[in-house]
Design a protein around this ligand. Structure first.
Ligand SMILES: [Zn+2]
Length: 216
């Protein structure tokens, strides 16, 4: 199926929710297998020494799925996306999956990164824990452009007390744009006594490709 056909099907899906937009299976937000076929996982990207494993670039159907997850309010879609991601990559040796937290004051009904983490958890058998929180006064900066995001303070995220101590953690985000949010999440996990071992994101922005490096 071409990308245009996929997009057309996806648009039709918006009028007929709760059916897989790709194969039409009724009652599914999207089949894990249909989602898995859409993924184009590149080799892991080196994110400051942390391997970042994305499902593909932030464009086309993968981007549309993130938007549907953010604005459609269908948490089951996020879980299915996470399960597909969990089949695209082998389970890393880790104790916890830790999603990037929802910004304070966000109008979202749920944390889309936590939904993706839950899907990963079902595939890998690693529990999830919302062990990070945005520091006060830092939250609004992440809604600004990529340039400002790079300047995000090192302590923009903070570990919840005792949540990550002694744990090998995998950080989970829906989209990685510059990688800064995940780097700050890794910093926070370390401050909380945890050891970040990998990061997962549904998509990675094309602008990040310029500094792409293969993790050996
Ligand atoms: Zn399907």
């Amino acid at each position: 199926m071409s990308t245009l056909e996929e997009l057309a099907r996806f648009a039709a899906h918006l009028a007929w929710p709760r059916a897989c937009p790709f194969c039409g299976a009724v009652g599914e937000s999207a089949c894990v297998l249909c989602l898995l076929r859409l993924l184009k996982p590149p080799l892991p990207i080196d994110l400051g020494g942390l391997p970042l494993m994305p499902g593909g670039e932030h464009e086309g159907v993968l981007r549309e799925l993130v938007l549907a997850l953010k604005y459609g309010g269908d948490r089951a879609l996020g879980i299915a996306m996470g399960r597909a991601l969990g089949r695209a990559y082998p389970s890393p040796g880790a104790d916890l999956l830790v999603p990037v937290p929802l910004h304070p004051g966000s109008p979202r009904a749920f944390n889309q990164s936590a939904a993706i983490a839950e899907g990963l958890s079902r595939e890998w058998g690693i529990p999830t824990r919302e062990g990070l929180a945005w520091s006060e006064r830092r939250a609004e900066q992440t809604t600004l452009g990529a340039e400002r995001r790079t300047a995000m303070p090192r302590d923009a995220l903070a570990p919840k007390k005792g949540a990550l101590a002694g744990m090998r953690v995998v950080l989970v985000d829906d989209v990685s744009t510059t990688g800064t949010t995940l780097l700050r999440a890794a910093d926070a996990a370390r401050r909380g006594g945890g050891t970040p071992v990998a990061a997962l994101s549904w998509t990675v922005a094309a602008e990040a490709k310029g500094r792409e490096q293969v993790v050996r």
